[in-house]
Design a protein around this ligand. Structure first.
Ligand SMILES: Cc1cc2nc3c(=O)[nH]c(=O)nc-3n(C[C@H](O)[C@H](O)[C@H](O)COP(=O)(O)OP(=O)(O)OC[C@H]3O[C@@H](n4cnc5c(N)ncnc54)[C@H](O)[C@@H]3O)c2cc1C
Length: 441
């Protein structure tokens, strides 16, 4: 069953009905669900476990550019794309925001995700952040927004608030175990007998005669092939299309990233401490104008890296800084190839960003920030997907043109959610696991 090159595995150690590629939101769900149903699952993850909680540690697992000291990859088009290669994927660095994204769009395609979304919310303990845990900046911005007539909602979070210290370091990975991550699901998968292999990068899917046969894997100790009856790709919006392309399967277009900018202003007399980011949101423009606003503060090293030379001192004035993120539903106009990513800002994206910045500036000045101190960051994106879209690369069962080869990550989203996607990726993966168990395996 297992064809080895430089590895020595005994056949019964590695025999699996299902090979899952990637341990993020999608892959961890499939592994947990199918292992719990008694299926033989092997999960292959390119990254490894990392220590969490500081910016220096985080630079090791963000994909990075500029000698890897900047966290994101730079696309052609100058958009910085944020993702991590590690056990748990990008779920390790979320802000714990748990909202239902694209539910109606999937419904209109014939996919009712209500049951799976409810189950996900229960398992992850999604709840709005209580008002008494909101930080000072969040409250000040809430008050200013409401005075201007905007509706501010508490953000639903998959965070155990009793363990959260409000350290504001979610994006470096939570070192208090307060936030749900895919590692929680991986632990359950392992408990149910799934085999988890770290530092194992899948390079190709092996197929012949229109049927999947297995995967080719590159690991520290050599390359090998693994036979499988079913392969589920969940290597994320960049990883998945690259594997498909190397396997002669068309994919990689329609890339979105939920582009965002942060607008900051200084309140000279303030001296605020750290707090949880994105604790509230203004979503009244999401339907009509395609953007969300939410309070945010970037980490110190990150600010030092992206601020223009004459503004770098700002990184040491975080205690006086108020910030709002504008996150848009961007055009799925990008492309992932083997050695580059094309993702620019279209005219419609620019209009959406500008409208969000305009309202952010209005709120920030109302909250006491000096107009001359307003600064908006370069454009970044952190919700990467669309590159193996449903109806384009996979069908409604998330199966590719190769029988037995499925995709279950943000790549299958038909368009940008413009909102946190984790709950929806998990819901889709639960639905697929059920379908595989009942009809395919
Ligand atoms: C800073 C930041 C904050 C975010 N905050 C939120 C939030 O608050 N709420 C929210 O809903 N979303 C948030 N997101 C987005 C969310 O994390 C991602 O959309 C989600 O994790 C994507 O899930 P996925 O399964 O598509 O991919 P991932 O979770 O990225 O998983 C892909 C996995 O595949 C592995 N892999 C890649 N290539 C290979 C290969 N060839 N072989 C084997 N393994 C491979 C990767 O290492 C990774 O573990 C945030 C993202 C970032 C970067």
């Amino acid at each position: 069953m297992f064809i080895k090159e430089s590895h020595v595995y005994s056949e019964d150690t590695i025999l699996s009905e299902v090979v899952v590629v990637g341990s993020g939101a999608g892959g961890s769900t499939i592994a947990k669900e199918l292992a719990a149903k008694g299926r033989k699952v092997t999960l292959l993850e390119r990254g490894r476990y990392h220590r969490l909680g500081t910016e220096m540690r985080a630079l090791k697992f963000y994909t990075g550019h500029f000698m890897k000291i900047k966290p994101g990859e730079l696309s052609r088009g100058n958009v910085e794309l944020l993702r991590t290669i590690m056990m748990g994927g990008s779920t390790m660095v979320t802000l714990g925001n748990g909202v239902r994204a694209l539910q109606e769009e999937f419904q209109s395609m014939g996919l009712n995700l209500e049951k799976e979304l409810s189950e996900t919310e229960r398992e992850l303990g999604v709840a709005p952040i209580p008002e008494d845990l909101m930080g000072e900046r969040t409250r000040i911005l809430k008050r200013a927004s409401e005075e201007l007539g905007y509706k501010v909602k508490p953000m639903p979070k998959f965070v155990d608030f009793s363990r959260c210290t409000n350290c504001g370091m979610c994006v470096t990975g939570c070192s208090y175990g307060a936030k749900w991550t895919a590692q929680n699901y991986i632990a359950e998968a392992r408990k149910h007998g799934a085999r988890i292999m770290t530092e194992s990068e899948v390079t190709h899917v092996i197929h012949s005669g229109g049927e999947v046969k297995g995967v080719k894997v590159r690991s520290k100790s050599g390359s090998f092939e693994l036979e499988a009856e079913h392969v589920i790709l969940a290597a994320g919006g960049i990883g998945t299309p690259r594997i498909l392309q190397r396997s002669d399967l068309d994919s990689g277009s329609d890339l979105f990233a939920d582009l965002f900018v942060n607008t900051f202003g200084l309140v000279e007399e303030a001296n605020w401490g750290e707090e949880m980011g994105m604790a509230t949101m203004i979503d009244e423009f999401h339907e009509s104008e395609g953007f969300l606003l939410s309070p945010i503060l970037d980490t110190k090293v990150h600010m030092l890296l992206y601020l223009p030379l004459l503004m770098k001192r700002r990184a040491f004035k975080r205690g006086k800084t108020l910030g709002l993120m504008t996150k848009i539903k961007d055009d799925h106009s990008g492309y992932v190839s083997q050695d580059s990513i094309e993702k620019g800002v279209t005219e419609r994206d620019r209009r959406r960003l500008e409208r969000g910045i305009e309202i952010s500036e209005q709120i920030l000045t109302k909250a006491g920030a000096k107009e001359s101190s307003l600064y908006t960051t370069p454009v970044r994106g952190a919700h990467i997907g669309g590159t193996a879209g449903m109806g384009r690369v996979v069908n409604l069962d998330q199966e590719t043109e190769i029988s037995g080869l499925f995709v279950s990550d943000a790549s299958v989203f038909p368009s940008a959610p413009g909102a946190p996607p984790v709950l929806t990726i998990i819901a889709l993966s639960k639905r697929l696991s059920d379908l595989l168990h009942r009809e395919y395996l």
